[in-house]
Design a protein around this ligand. Structure first.
Ligand SMILES: [Fe+2]
Ligand SMILES: [Fe+2]
Length: 200
């Protein structure tokens, strides 16, 4: 059974789990904004423009999710610990700008992957879909400028050190994602399955 984009049926209903996911995404974007706000406040040098833009993007993403939840006549569910908190616990606070960029690259890839899974799921509500579409335009730029920033740091930090840092953070990311699945598996596992599951 296929669904034609130009002939939408009735909008899928929003479940408690959908609200939990939107709240989780919102909370994650807020933490991204807070993290990049701190970086933007302290950074010196040419990356200040991009990092400040990045901070404002993540704040906008949190606002898009809040508006999306509000448009569905709902309120965000409070989230305890974010994905970013778990990262910091797993790898420690980044010690320099290269480590900030490296952890960001790994994290942004995870975010894009998660949003792609959400987009692929046929039961995703049109408002959620539209929100992710808007966010993804920025997330693609984040990955791009961060990759370029890391390339530009090869002279200062050494290519090997940057590669090792990325490898270390990628391993931490897999560990954190596995822990997240262990804790919230039933809330997000369906996104990794096929579209066979009936929405709602
Ligand atoms: Fe974001
Ligand atoms: Fe981002």
């Amino acid at each position: 059974m296929t669904r034609s984009d130009d002939a939408p049926g009735p909008a899928p209903s929003v479940t408690e789990n959908d609200l939990w996911l939107m709240s989780y995404y919102r909370s994650s974007e807020i933490n991204g904004a807070l993290f990049f706000g701190r970086v933007a406040r302290t950074i010196r040098g040419p990356l200040v423009v991009d990092v400040t833009h990045h901070f404002s993007d993540e704040a906008n993403h949190a606002s898009y999710w809040t508006q999306c939840i509000d448009a569905l006549d709902l309120r965000p569910i409070r989230q305890s610990r974010s994905y970013q908190d778990r990262y910091m616990e797993a790898v420690g606070v980044p010690a320099n700008l290269m480590e900030v960029m490296a952890i960001t690259q790994v994290f942004e890839k995870r975010v894009i992957g998660q949003y792609r899974l959400q987009q692929r799921y046929s039961g995703t509500h049109p408002l959620v879909r539209g929100t992710i579409e808007k966010i993804m335009l920025d997330e693609r730029w984040h990955v791009k400028y961060v990759r370029e920033a890391l390339e530009s740091m090869a002279g200062e930090y050494g290519r090997d050190t940057i590669e090792q840092t990325l490898t270390r953070y990628t391993a931490a990311d897999e560990e954190v994602y596995a822990a997240t699945l262990a804790e919230f598996g039933e809330r997000i596992a369906f996104l990794s399955e096929t579209d066979a599951r009936h929405p709602g």
